[in-house]
Design a protein around this ligand. Structure first.
Ligand code: ADP
Ligand code: MG
Length: 342
């Protein structure tokens, strides 16, 4: 059963529709990644679930019950935000125990639960410290501990890692996933970082201009994005447009890509193969290698095709035998061409 369900949720700010008829189920115990560009309505959706935002229309259900009349503090929700301020004058343990104190949970029981959750976020020895004596990553873990110590039904995370630098963020992603698995709590995680969403989530949803345009497992959405926005937003995509003919897709440069065609399709950079010699497939383009970029473990080739920038990626030495400025062939296996509606 879905632990959280939103149904035809609408919220407008003046002329702007922050949420436009959003219907979505968040499965019990799952890790749901909510993705979308800035301003697409992610925070508004979380705030509507938490009860900070009253929707203009639609419903929020938690554990099957509509929560219109349930105030924020009774919705059994834990939250962590990017700038989730800890109380600077309280120790780590006091910060974490605050929600328990508010709920009138006794000192001994409170101390036990605080110690337990600090252990869980691997901050066992840090209970007596003040927040300013902790690193950024440790503070985020305190915020996590504070959010889950009350044993909420749902955990809402609004870009909780975006203030951390890349290396620390990756460590915290692993940590976050471990904690979520251990506690088994239904989690809704907002991010604009697609890699983060793909690697952490059981399911993802993509918001655009307040509309939910796609949901599925990360693999489903990545390998069958359905539309050009999703293809580009979730990973990189070389988008090819043309006209549909009985024999296939006719591109602007006259290339015919045979087979069943849509007017628009995408090929992921990792699925483009670059060769100097003409490949033995008609699923190919003639283009110019503009630039080779060394990226450590992987390399990128920037390509110019009819004035359009395309990209190919591969293990670091993939493009070693090709020179910048050279005319090359890019080819792919037909099943790697993703049909798109736009
Ligand atoms: P995201 O979290 O995806 O960046 P938000 O949910 O914060 O997006 O915002 C969605 C839209 O609603 C944006 O156009 C934003 O400007 C608008 N918006 C959000 N909150 C408010 C508010 N309190 N007052 C006016 N407009 C708002
Ligand atoms: Mg936001």
């Amino acid at each position: 059963m879905a632990e959280v369900r939103v149904e035809r949720l609408v919220k407008s700010y003046g002329a702007a529709r922050a949420l436009d008829e959003v219907t979505l189920d968040f499965p019990d115990g799952g890790f749901f990644g909510l993705l979308g560009p800035s301003g697409s309505g992610k925070t508004t959706l979380l705030r509507a679930i938490a009860g900070f935002v009253a929707p203009d229309a639609g419903h929020v259900f938690i554990a099957g019950r509509p929560v219109e009349d349930v105030p924020v503090e009774a919705r059994e929700i834990g939250m962590v935000f990017q700038s989730y301020a800890l109380f600077p004058n309280m120790t780590v343990a006091e910060n974490v125990g605050f929600g328990l104190a508010v709920r009138k949970i006794s000192g001994a029981e409170r101390a036990r639960r605080v110690a337990e959750v600090l252990e869980l976020v691997q901050l066992g020895p840090y209970g007596a410290r003040k927040p300013q004596q902790l690193s950024g990553g440790q503070r985020q873990r305190v915020a996590m501990a504070r959010a889950i110590v009350t044993r909420p039904r749902v955990l809402l995370l609004d870009e909780p890692l975006s203030a951390l630098d890349k290396a620390l963020r990756v460590d915290m992603q692993i940590e976050l996933k471990r904690i979520q698995r251990e506690v088994g709590i239904t989690t809704i995680f907002v991010t604009h970082d697609q890699e983060e969403a793909l690697s952490l989530s059981d399911r993802i949803g993509i918001l655009r201009d307040g509309r939910l345009i796609r949901t599925g497992t990360p693999r489903e959405v990545y390998s069958a994005p359905g539309d050009a926005f999703t293809a580009r937003f979730l990973g990189e995509a070389n988008i090819l447009r043309g006209s549909v003919e009985p024999a296939g897709l006719r591109l602007a440069d006259g290339t015919l890509l045979p087979g069943r065609a849509t007017a628009c399709m995408a090929v992921r950079p990792e699925h483009l193969r670059l060769t100097a010699a003409e490949p033995a497939t008609s699923h190919r383009l003639r283009l110019r290698l503009v630039q080779r970029i060394f990226g450590g473990a992987s390399g990128t080739a920037v390509l110019d095709w009819q004035g359009q920038r395309l990209k190919a990626t591969g293990p670091d030495d993939t493009f070693a035998d090709l020179a910048e400025g050279q005319e090359v062939w890019a080819s792919w296996t037909p099943d790697r061409a993703l049909p798109l509606t736009d």
